[in-house]
Ligand binder design. Structure first.
Ligand code: ADP
Ligand code: MG
Length: 294
């Protein structure tokens, strides 16, 4: 029924005849609509739109783009802090010349995050200092910027957190916490032997994520040695080997393996600065015992 027939004022006409809104009213409306980028940059946006001689539709689209850019930026900043990366490392900051064993094309392919979308596993293997943590963080950041949820944790912290939760009968909530992100980065697996109990906890986590979310694992041990990592060598019970095999089975199914060979980047920097002369001097370099620190 038309407004004339109902006796109600025509809302469209009302809007058209509304006198120009004050700056404050417009500010309030933009705040209520949570269009804070448009609100904060309104004068600049309007001036720019006039300068570019945009029509109303183009100007509106341009302002929407400014709003979306701000919201994306905030979402990414929030997701980066949730991911708890230990430091900032980027693919742009990675020198491929320093690591000729890596194929830049393969890294570019991984940077598309198709493997994350597919829930695949990525194993980054190689000796200390060759850039495994750097690449893990950089690929994690790529995943965040593409809208995936990411969580970074060192293997040591992961295992101790799960073990503590197990003792406090809070394992379920911890497992679901580590199970919910689309990509879980487990850094430096294999630096410490995992006791059989820890192996079981780790196995539960991997089973939970299996074919649901991606896992990126960095390790200084070849995959074939991982079985030993989950046990105490000769004293190891048959069950532990079964667990180790089950973990490997799940991890290696749908997996990509990147093996980084070559010299430690840290030692390379020291060698360059003249602190040491050859790689045979490796043992004279004091180690902090903390890999992955910047
Ligand atoms: P890993 O995890 O393999 O032990 P890291 O990723 O911690 O090694 O690397 C040690 C340091 O050297 C880090 O600060 C990292 O950013 C830097 N680094 C390693 N490889 C490269 C590289 N190819 N280009 C730039 N920086 C690198
Ligand atoms: Mg590392």
């Amino acid at each position: 029924m038309s407004p004339a027939k109902t006796g109600q004022p025509d809302r469209r006409q009302e809007l058209m005849v509304t006198p120009p809104v004050s700056v404050l009213e417009l500010d309030d409306m933009l705040t209520r609509l949570r269009l804070t980028a448009i609100r904060d940059q309104l004068d600049n946006l309007l001036e720019e739109a006039a300068r570019k001689e945009l029509n109303l539709r183009e100007a509106l689209a341009w302002m929407c783009a400014a709003e979306i850019a701000r919201k994306d930026q905030r979402r990414i900043a929030m997701a980066m802090s949730i991911a708890k990366f230990p430091f900032v490392r980027t693919l742009e900051g990675f020198e491929y010349e320093a690591q000729p064993s890596l194929d830049p094309g393969q890294i570019r392919e991984l940077a598309t995050c198709r493997w994350v979308a597919n829930g695949d596993t990525l194993l980054l293997l190689g000796p200390p200092g060759v850039g495994k943590t750097h690449l893990a963080v950089a690929l994690g950041r790529e995943a965040v910027s593409k809208g995936y949820t990411v969580q970074y944790v060192s293997a040591m912290e992961l295992i101790s957190t799960l073990a503590r939760a197990h003792n406090q009968t809070a394992l379920e909530s911890r497992l679901s916490q580590y199970g919910k992100s689309k990509l879980l980065i487990i850094d430096e697996l294999g630096y410490l032997p995992l006791e059989p109990d820890a192996a079981h906890l780790f196995f539960q986590l991997i089973s939970r994520r299996y074919e649901r979310g991606s896992v990126l694992i960095t390790s200084n041990r070849p995959v074939m040695e991982w079985g030993e990592v989950y046990s105490f060598g000769e004293g190891c019970a048959y069950g532990d080997q079964v667990v180790a095999t089950a973990i490997l089975d799940r991890l290696l199914h749908h997996s990509h393996v990147l093996t980084v060979r070559g010299d430690s980047y840290r030692l390379r920097e020291k060698r360059r600065s003249g602190l040491i002369k050859t790689s045979s001097a490796v043992s004279t370099i004091p180690t902090t015992g903390k890999e992955g620190s910047p």
